[in-house]
Ligand binder design. Sequence first.
Ligand code: ATP
Length: 342
Amino acid sequence: MAKLILHKLCKDYGTGKPAVNDVSLEIREGGFLALLGPSGCGKTTVLRMIAGFETPSDGSILLGERVLADASGVVPPERRNMAMVFQSYALWPHMTVADNVSYPLKVRGICGQSYRDKVMEALKAVRLEAYVERRPADLSGGQRQRVALARCLVTAPDVVLLDEPLANLDRHLRQEMEETFREFHARSGATMVYVTHDQAEAMALATDVAVMSEGRLLQVAPPAEIYARPEGRLVGGLIGQGAVMTLPDNGGDHRNLGWDEILALFVDASAGHPTMEMLVRPQDVVIGGSGLPAVVEGVLYEGERYAVRLTLGDGQRLRAYSRTACAEGERVAVIISAGWRL
Ligand SMILES: Nc1ncnc2c1ncn2[C@@H]1O[C@H](COP(=O)(O)OP(=O)(O)OP(=O)(O)O)[C@@H](O)[C@H]1O
């Protein structure tokens, strides 16, 4: 196994706008990268190029020293030792669970005791050993996806590519399956690339998150890093909860702003300075005290807290969390204890 390297990767379908544009990215051996971005940003195309189902228009893909695709040619999918898991599970409906899982071994001509051991081991890993004789139609969505994962495990792939594998499952099952994916990753030791448009899923699962927009890679960083230090409005708006505010640019070069600085920027707001954008997380907005005047636009009770939507005097919107209830239309004061210059 080795790290997966995408170098200046491009894909142009001839539609006038490239689907993937100059994407460079290294995924360390055994890493778990989530590829995140809005619909149509090119995530699946990147995944399909890694798998070998699409040929890059430009750039290269390497697994360690081995070139999988570049201008001189491409390695076909079956010679990449990769496995792909789809949203639709892609199981054979007429085969039992055991036959579905063992199919890749049969294709490779593996049989006998080693074959049976590998299949049982893979089924145990996803806790499906009691379901060997069932057919996919008699399984739940989560169980079907676990069959697909077991089918990956038997081939011991270097790289596992997952295309929105949880998109068909309900919220509760998704959370349960996240745990299964973490175990699967730890057990297989494979490098994983996981396409999703669900940022919470990406943050919960991955060791690194890559955000794409319109074919381009905007930022790649570990979840805590991309949450704390997003680059630009799009990443800031996509990762975690928060509000992007426009404020005068005071020319300062640090990006973590405290309440005194933020208050001074609001005072400056009428002076016609050039502007900058600042991300404010709801947990950094305190309702009460002597802060900026705001009006409560909406309140959502979330069990452990209230999620509050606010509008400031200048019309800009904010989100806050509150332990106590407030009423729609209520006039309050807010302190923004921290902001991040985007
Ligand atoms: N075979 C194709 N021929 C022409 N255009 C394509 C083809 N496949 C994808 N595209 C276009 O390339 C762009 C990127 O598509 P892609 O499926 O990679 O996006 P995505 O981020 O995975 O989207 P989603 O989250 O909706 O699946 C889109 O504009 C899409 O219409």
